[in-house]
Design a protein around this ligand. Structure first.
Ligand code: NAD
Length: 353
């Protein structure tokens, strides 16, 4: 199995080092891999003048999966837009046609105080938001701002084809099958025809997944339910715009950005796996960053691209044990727990494995 590793900028290289050590520790039992490293983001701009060099693109296309740290930093903020590190991320997502974004929001009981919600509402939360990433009003045509009756009018087009809905629906049903077998599809069918089609296609698709319980919720209600009683959800699936908002809302329920992994998949389950946080320039190079989001992203890679469920669960269980044993990096530290750095956290996960 060929893994393209893109450490990126800021804390990227530090957290990636720990994720690679963890992958090495679970090698075997059907998991054998080679790693090829390449540049993306600011470090790629410095070395080659572009945030997504040709050599990186070639490796990413050849690989089965891509593991990415983070990109960006203040030293590149004044560059022209097309040379900004974040452009590298947009380019790789587009080139590989990664249309399905999977964002779990998990709140380990030991970290319940990190959330702004009451511990009993969020403790033990484990939901997965599946967001369509390449369609919807963000890409629909026509779009623009025009003059009409002597004033400016702004307009965008919400559009989804049946095939686009079907392919994201499949990813969501398959993901639900690997978890609690409950899928909630989020739409706004009471006012938007486009999302009426979304609901109709989800219902048609559900015939192929009799073992998964499908429900529907309007997006305004879903936004409320996520803060009222988030534990009612297992997997949620929605379009690009609603998913943009709901996935950020869900991640904030956990209150700990250093803990959240993510995956973006194509139609063949090839994926780009990365922590949800950025390059944290304020703590880069100090050995303070929490590597768990990247380690958990590697576990997602084993589950979704390589279909190695047992290996993925082993890593996730090791992370749970390390938290239960009181190990904390600065971002999740509380009085009475044990403060550790990036490498010590990696050591603890490996010892627990
Ligand atoms: P950030 O996520 O990098 O940091 C926000 C805060 O969270 C900081 O205080 C940081 O120290 C802390 N933090 C983040 N990850 C952490 C970890 N693993 N362990 C401990 N603490 C952690 O967001 P930002 O400060 O808004 O952005 C910094 C840079 O990252 C910018 O250049 C931005 O464009 C970029 N960025 C990249 C991505 C990505 O690569 N996917 C995502 C968001 C932001």
């Amino acid at each position: 199995m060929k893994i393209c590793v893109l450490p990126g900028d800021g804390i990227g290289p530090e957290i990636m080092e720990q994720a690679l050590r963890v992958l090495e520790a679970v090698r075997g039992d059907g998991f054998d891999f080679v790693v090829e490293k390449a540049l993306i983001g600011g470090c790629a701009v410095d070395a080659t003048g572009t945030p997504y060099p040709e050599a990186t693109s070639k490796l990413a296309k050849e690989a089965d999966a891509i593991l990415l740290g983070a990109v960006g930093g203040p030293q590149w903020d004044s560059l022209p837009r097309e040379q900004r590190p974040e452009r590298g991320l947009l380019a790789i997502r587009k080139e590989l046609n990664l249309f399905a974004n999977l964002r779990p929001a998990i709140l380990y009981p030991e970290l319940a105080n990190a959330s702004t919600l009451k511990p009993e509402v969020v403790s033990g939360l484990d939901i997965l938001i599946v967001r369509e990433l390449t369609g919807d009003i963000y890409f629909g045509q026509p779009r623009g701002i025009r003059e009409e009756n002597a004033e400016r009018v702004g307009f965008n087009t919400m559009v989804y084809s049946e095939s686009e809905i079907r392919r994201i629906g499949k990813v969501a049903f398959e993901a639900a099958r690997k978890r609690g077998k409950k899928l909630c599809s989020v739409d706004k069918m009471n006012v938007l025809e486009c999302t009426q089609l979304w609901r109709d296609v989800m219902i048609e698709l559900s015939a192929d997944y009799p073992d998964v319980e499908l429900s529907h919720m309007l997006v305004d209600n879903a936004a409320m339910q996520l803060v009222r009683a988030p534990k009612q959800f297992d997997v949620m699936v929605t379009g690009n715009m609603f998913g943009d908002i709901l996935s950020d809302e869900a991640s904030m329920l956990t209150g700990s950005i250093g803990m959240l992994p993510s995956a973006s998949l194509d139609a063949n389950n090839k994926g780009l796996y990365e922590p949800s946080h950025g390059s944290a320039p304020d703590i880069a190079g100090k050995g303070l960053a929490n590597p768990l989001a990247t380690i958990l992203s590697a576990a997602m890679m084993l589950r979704y691209t390589f279909n190695l469920e047992a290996h993925a669960t082993r890593i996730e269980t090791a992370v749970k044990k390390v938290l239960a044993a009181g190990y904390r990096t600065g971002d999740i530290y509380e009085a009475g727990t044990r403060s550790v750095g990036t490498k010590e956290m990696g050591d603890a996960v490996i010892a627990s494995l």
